[in-house]
Design a protein around this ligand. Structure first.
Ligand SMILES: [Fe+2]
Length: 303
């Protein structure tokens, strides 16, 4: 088939137009305008009858301008409150994950934006790899508290790093356990570290659980999941952003050594439950496609 010069130019013009539209969608529309509430209902094995819990989670906020401004974070906090959670958990990576930003948003700006979160059983946070990586003194020292931790605590939100808290609802106790980050220390000549090093201590964390009440584990990276014992009712993670680009249930690029196995959503293995949030922001490239920013709302004990 012969293609005319005009037809050729139309084709090129059409392709360019499609590319520009696609880029505008993936850079501007999906990441900024299409945030939604992703809901799950489940009753994990051995969950106490009568304990109904609504847990709302925010993951991978990655504050930066123009995408994730303090104003947008404050508005997300209001959306979370409107879901009337019993408990709010923050799954790490508050700091920007890309240099392709118009302006850095410091912890002194993003942390106060989270202070509007309200739930009867409180707001509990863990840290992610970026919260550690952005703090060069913590990288050098190999220990915290990181600037992110201090900022979150100043906003009135306790941070769990290899620590647990026992909460109660309707006379039923349960534990929230928060794991320290599995990629906290990154390689760097300046601090004599040749590979990624985690500060996570799963065994030590769970040793702090002193009764039979169920445990919800917060672990920024889902890669810990194969090691999580069935004693834990539910593990909540973020970090993967669902790959940021996800088509037909498949993410071509996932920052996990297990690839797509823990990329996104509800995973059940050997009767153990993991929910991986697709998160809200992004890292490396300011792009989301087929993976809308999400607020996680989980009903436990009602399914
Ligand atoms: Fe992360």
């Amino acid at each position: 088939m012969m293609i005319t010069r005009r037809g050729f130019l139309r084709l090129i013009g059409g392709s360019l137009f499609s590319m520009v539209s696609l880029s505008a969608y993936a850079v501007g529309i999906e990441p900024m305008l299409l945030t939604h509430v992703k809901r799950y209902s489940l009753t994990p094995p051995n969950w106490p009858a009568g304990l109904r819990l609504r847990v709302v989670a925010l993951a991978d906020i990655h504050a930066c301008r123009p995408w994730m401004t303090p104003e947008r974070i404050a508005s997300l906090a209001q959306q979370v409150n409107a879901l009337q959670p019993d408990l709010i958990v923050l799954l790490g990576d508050y700091a920007a994950g890309t240099r392709l930003v118009t302006e850095w948003v410091d912890s002194s700006e993003w942390a106060p934006a989270l202070s509007g979160l309200r739930a009867p059983l409180g707001v509990w946070a863990i840290l992610g790899n970026h919260d550690w990586w952005e703090d060069l003194s913590a990288q050098r020292a190999g220990v915290g508290p990181t600037l992110a931790r201090k900022a979150i605590e100043s906003a009135g939100i306790p941070v769990l790093e290899n620590d647990v808290v026992r909460l109660e609802k309707d006379g039923h106790g349960f534990w929230v356990a928060g794991l320290a980050d599995q990629l906290a220390l990154r390689p760097g000549k300046a601090w004599g570290c040749s590979r990624f090093k985690g500060l996570d201590d799963l065994e030590g964390t769970l040793a702090k659980v002193t009764d039979e009440a169920p445990v919800i584990l917060l672990a920024h990276e889902p890669d810990i999941f194969p090691k999580v014992p069935s004693r834990v009712s539910l593990t909540l993670s973020g970090h993967t952003h669902g790959g940021q680009v996800r088509l037909f249930g498949f993410s071509p690029v996932v920052p996990s050594r297990f690839g797509n196995r823990f990329a996104y959503g509800h995973v059940v293995e050997e009767n153990r439950n993991l929910i991986v949030s697709g998160g809200l922001g992004f890292s490396i490239l300011p792009v989301r496609f087929g993976m809308r920013p999400e607020i996680l709302s989980i009903e436990l004990g009602s399914a």
